[in-house]
Design a protein around this ligand. Structure first.
Ligand code: ZN
Length: 153
């Protein structure tokens, strides 16, 4: 039985240490078969990479350490509810379980912004504030078809 509480405490301690260093208040721990395979805190303050959320950094470290992109046997422990980017990345990685200690609403109450993005993403594309529009091309071969043909489909 995984010790969810101790891994969540560790993720939260990473978040608190990151704040003390001038970073954002997020930490994550990834566990596979009872062993920690990655620990990370948000690194944006150090790298300027907007995708360096704790969970993303931990997913990259775990996949590098395990030598594979699929992490179905891993559990993600995050200090806060994973934002939509991290949630989707966890899903792409095949993660089947995750736990978080602090809610998106608790983050929002302190001025952190990811909670609103969940709501935005539920709205139709043309009602979202970021303009991402379908702009179809004629005469261009489909990369999806090329991929499927390469796979023998
Ligand atoms: Zn995130």
């Amino acid at each position: 039985m995984p010790d969810h509480e101790s891994y969540l405490r560790e993720a939260t301690e990473l978040a608190l240490a990151n704040v003390a260093e001038g970073g954002s208040p997020y930490g994550a721990v990834i566990v596979a078969e009872g062993r920690v395979v990655a620990r990370a805190a948000n690194r944006i303050h150090a790298t300027n990479d907007p995708t360096d959320h704790a969970e993303m950094v931990a997913l990259r470290a775990a996949s590098q350490s395990l030598g594979r992109p699929k992490l179905a046997d891993c559990i993600v422990y995050a200090s806060g509810r994973p934002c939509p980017m991290c949630h989707a990345a966890m899903r792409f990685a095949g993660i089947e379980q995750g736990y978080f200690a602090f809610t998106a609403e608790e983050a929002e109450a302190e001025g952190l912004v990811s909670a609103g993005i969940y709501a935005e993403l539920c709205r139709p594309l043309d009602e979202q504030p970021m303009q991402v529009r379908h702009y179809p091309l004629t005469g261009e071969p489909s990369p999806y078809r090329a991929w499927a043909e390469r796979k023998g489909r």
